[in-house]
Design a protein around this ligand. Structure first.
Ligand SMILES: *Cc1c(COP(=O)(O)O)cnc(C)c1O
Length: 751
């Protein structure tokens, strides 16, 4: 962001008089990403889980002196700050963005639709770039906040702006349109996503098309029935949509849409020249645990000033006090230099073609930025903790969005407990726990005390509920501020005894009720004694009462109705019997989908955070967040009669080309998937397994596919879902996920 305003000009916009004429170069809203706030204007935004007003001191410490807030209370201690007080800080930021946008009379292309917005935006920008100076939305910034930040990226140099717009609620688009004032529009198509907030498809479509009402030119798939746009229209023919929309078809569609719009601004020759070079954009930053305590941030996105700035901010937030190393796959330039200077990393290296001698760092945070190359890939491999080519990728941004989707099904006041038991469903509890705590999730849940201790050792201070705390771990529970679930009277007594020994009182505990699972839990007959014990003992204080549904994945189940009724009744007895207020909670992820009305005070999310649900229409609104990849090790040609693997289980009946993939049952690729029952995707083709699955390898059929060593292999991803592979193994996604072996590297996508 390169703004050129003075603070008093911006304050005036919000109807405030100001004395400071400090130049403001950019806006900030996340203190973790501030290096030097002198020329930044901090907007204290209240998000779903975080409130920027809680971070004003932190912003001050980082040099910020100019603030936009709705509550100035905490800033009254400082006498060198300048504060604009507004009713709603996000509205103020949007007003600022709109005001900024209005100063430019350039083409502004808005892109919306249910899918492919980001790819379409990236491709259109890449087609135009070189001939035009393009400013595009960073990443997939498309919410109200994202659009405001994108518009603020426009500078005097900008010749065309490409802005992505996303809506979730009726009314959103009018707000986005008034802010963006688009002159051109691209509509990528209408899917099922987010439809639940709209009464019907036409309403949803009308809302989306509102964005384009005043556009001079509008590009859209011919299947759309048009009501709104007035200007010139270009309709493009595609095959009719089938659900689910297939990945490769989406890419083709984006190419056509982007090219149709680009034709308005640049020549056909340039477009044809560039089309083959468009790559699936890698918008997310990969975060990888490295050897020697290093953390590697791999940003394969092209190197330009804006995205470098973004990546450096991200590195700052991630480095947590480690020294910062930057490795750039580029030649030095003035533009890059000036961005680097803003952040003063400790070391900078240029990769630029050949491999320079980069020292072996320890305990640093290494940002690798610039187009991927095999040399760069090899260098990064050497830094990884597990250089095994098979890895599990966890998209934290998708997890955040999925939590948001669940949250939108229940009233805003309902709290969220995220389950991070069993290494957070196989992904790594401390990483996910840290991320969730930073998001401001109210509670974390684990199965055992030692899982809770791991969270504490990783400096995660959120409240933690321990579901199966054994009595011999009570002392550790208390020492680590972990809150046990109590499910029997004798267990409660033992816990109270431990509290007395350690001299604690009012220690938070949770009451687990039996309502139909017949696992752990108090039964109705225990309740009177439980209440009198709780009232007599000042050592403990009940934080919540909860139970668990046996078949929450089955809609309209009468068993579940009974369980809800039972829970309501038993929990009311406890609430009535205690002199203080106590939370109640019952729903897991599928419960929120099928029985949302039983939300009580908190919901407990587990598998749903990963984008997994057995309800197809709901799953469509989630983003898959776990993928599993590998690489071809070797390709061989078998002759008729040759066999593959243990027990010669496969015998070639004709010439067959096979690929060897370094994944086996020790990684969680189960033996049940052998002998053609399962397979993987290579170059968009399904390749079935041949013979038995080995401990560390599988062999798959790649006849007719031009497979090469090093080719990317998808085990779970766009083309094969975790649900599919689980059902091939006759199991459920939960077991598949928790069975992913820890010898595989976890790579986290963020940003
Ligand atoms: C694991 C667990 C959850 C989360 O369940 P999902 O089906 O993964 O959402 C919620 N509550 C309890 C008691 C659990 O054990």
């Amino acid at each position: 962001m390169k703004l050129t305003y003075r603070y008093d000009q911006i304050a005036e916009l919000f109807g405030q008089e100001a004395v400071s004429d400090q130049p403001i170069y950019s806006v900030a809203y996340d203190t973790r990403r501030i290096f030097d706030g002198t020329h930044q204007l901090f907007f204290a935004l209240s998000g779903d889980t975080r409130n920027g007003h809680d971070y004003l001191h932190d912003a001050y410490k980082k040099g910020v002196r100019h603030f936009v807030v709705s509550n100035p209370e905490t800033l009254t201690n400082y006498n060198d700050v300048h504060v604009a007080v507004v009713p709603n800080t996000l509205d103020a930021l949007m007003q600022f963005a709109h005001w900024h946008r209005s100063k430019f009379s350039i083409p502004v292309i808005a892109i919306t639709g249910s899918y492919g917005k980001t790819t379409c935006k990236e491709w259109l920008s890449e087609l135009l770039e070189g001939e035009k100076h393009v400013t595009r939305s960073p990443k997939s910034f498309n919410s109200r906040l994202g659009v405001a930040l994108s518009l603020l990226e426009i500078t005097d140099q900008t010749e065309i702006a490409v802005i992505e717009a996303g809506i979730t609620h009726p009314g959103d688009m009018k707000i986005l349109k008034d802010m963006i004032l688009p002159t051109h529009g691209v509509f990528t198509g209408l899917g099922m996503a987010h439809r639940s907030h709209f009464t019907d498809e036409q309403e949803h479509l009308d809302e989306k098309l509102l964005l384009f009402a005043d556009c001079k030119l509008f590009v859209y798939p011919s299947s759309v029935s048009l009501k709104v746009p007035n200007g010139k229209k270009i309709s493009t023919e595609f095959e009719p949509d089938k659900e689910p929309v297939q990945h490769d078809r989406l890419l083709k569609r984006n190419e056509v849409l982007a090219a149709s719009m680009a034709r308005e601004f640049i020549g056909e020759e340039t477009i044809q020249l560039r089309l083959p070079w468009l790559e699936n954009p890698s918008m997310r930053l990969e975060v990888i645990d490295g050897v020697s305590g290093n953390v590697i941030i791999n940003d394969g996105y092209q190197l330009d000033a804006e995205s470098l700035q973004y990546a450096l901010q991200f590195q700052l937030a991630k480095s947590e006090g480690r020294s910062r190393v930057v490795v750039l796959n580029a030649q030095p330039s003035e533009e890059i230099d000036s961005v680097l200077k803003e952040f003063s990393p400790d070391h900078v290296h240029y990769f630029g073609g050949e491999q320079p001698s980069i020292p072996n760092y320890e305990n640093t945070c290494i940002l690798v930025k610039g187009k991927r190359s095999s040399e760069l890939g090899n260098w990064i491999s050497q830094l990884k903790q597990h250089p095994h080519q098979t890895f599990v990728q966890i998209d934290l941004t998708a997890i955040r969005d999925n939590i948001q989707s669940y949250r939108s099904r229940v009233p805003e006041s309902v709290r969220i407990l995220s389950m991070v038991k069993a290494y957070s469903y196989g992904s790594d509890a401390t990483k996910i726990g840290r991320f969730l705590a930073d998001l401001g999730i109210d509670y974390l849940g684990v199965a055992y005390t030692n899982e809770g201790i791991e969270l504490r050792n990783a400096a995660i201070s959120s409240p933690v509920l321990v579901m199966n705390a054994d009595s011999h771990t009570f002392r550790n529970c208390i020492l680590h501020q972990l809150e046990p679930a109590v499910y029997a009277l004798n267990q409660l007594e033992e816990f109270i005894r431990e509290c007395i020994l350690l001299g604690v009182s009012d220690y938070p505990i949770h009451i687990k009720l039996e309502t139909g699972m017949h696992r752990l839990g108090f039964e109705e007959k225990d309740i009177p004694e439980l209440i009198s014990k709780l009232n007599a003992q000042p050592e403990v204080r009940v934080q919540s009462v909860y139970s668990h549904l046996a078949e929450s994945d089955v809609p309209n189940s009468s068993y579940t109705d009974q369980q809800i009724e039972q829970f309501d009744r038993l929990s009311s007895l406890i609430l009535d019997g205690l002199p203080y207020s106590v939370m109640r909670h019952l729903l897991n992820s599928e419960g929120v989908v099928n029985y949302a009305y039983a939300y009580y005070d908190m919901i407990r999310l587990g598998i749903g955070m990963y984008g997994i649900s057995s309800q197809y229409s709901w799953k469509e609104q989630l983003k898959p967040s776990i993928s599993w990849h590998s690489e071809v090790s070797q390709v061989k040609v078998l002759q008729k009669g040759d066999t593959v693997g243990y027990n010669c289980a496969f015998v070639a009946e004709k010439e067959t080309t096979i690929a060897v993939i370094p994944v086996g049952y020790a990684d969680g690729f189960r033996r049940a998937l052998g002998n053609g029952r399962g397979g993987v995707y290579i170059k968009n083709s399904f390749c079935k397994t041949l013979g038995n699955v080995c401990m560390d390898m599988i062999m798959v059929d790649v006849s007719g596919i031009d497979a090469q060593p090093g080719d990317f292999v998808e085990i779970v991803g766009h083309q094969q879902s975790l649900e599919t592979i689980a059902s091939l193994c006759d199991t459920i996604p939960y077991e598949m996920l928790t069975g992913l072996s820890s010898r595989m590297q976890r790579i986290y996508l963020e940003g």
